[in-house]
Design a protein around this ligand. Sequence first.
Ligand code: ZN
Ligand code: FE
Length: 256
Amino acid sequence: MLEIIPLPALKDNYIWLLKNKASSHVAIVDPSEATSLLNMIETEGLIPVAIMITHHHWDHVGGIAEITAKYDIPVYTPKKESVEGSTNLVGEGDIVSLPELDLELNILDVPGHTSGAIAYYNEEMVFSGDTLFTAGCGRMFEGTPPQMHASLSKFKTLPDDTLLYCGHEYTVSNLKFAATVEPENKAVQERLLKAKRLREQNQPTIPATLAIEKETNPFLRCEKTNVIDAANQHTGKILEKAHEVFAAIRGWKDSF
Ligand code: ZN
Ligand code: FE
């Protein structure tokens, strides 16, 4: 049995641990830092088997050197980015095989937040880094709106019950923005209440199903009339293409 464990790191990052409950083998997604992780590995007797990186930003790779100094394990990183400590470059079409976890993960190329960002997925879960967030999406540091919009659309092709694991705890603030874009969307209001309650108890709001994302995440809803109308009103233009609607609401969120 596989268990997915969130390890809060830095200000609002999550390091995700994929643990084989029977054997205590773990794979590590986006180790922001090493200290708390190495402590946990020691106190819980975990056996690291691999590191998987979604993109090159420091808050996702900062722990690699310290972890691999102690544990000689493969470090999977995006083909199109340079990450220090990488041992295996991966891109769309590749498979990461983790026999100790009885798990294989596929790769999607999802450029936009960074130019080479990737996501890891199987039929049950997807690790999206800073590309798709719960109820939001990452800033476009290295990509264009058509590119980022196309990347976000790829997540929509995964099954509705896929669980989304992203790199930061941003759900509440993302939903406040979603409620501004779609004030009449009841699913957004309900999700916001639930997310606030979880955060008050210091619980993660992640994972979330892609089904709820499709209902509440404005960046996955650029073809919906409500979102198009809101984007038109915000920009004072008639936006015709979905990626233009996406660009408008991404820009709106940047100044929100
Ligand atoms: Zn990032
Ligand atoms: Fe980040």
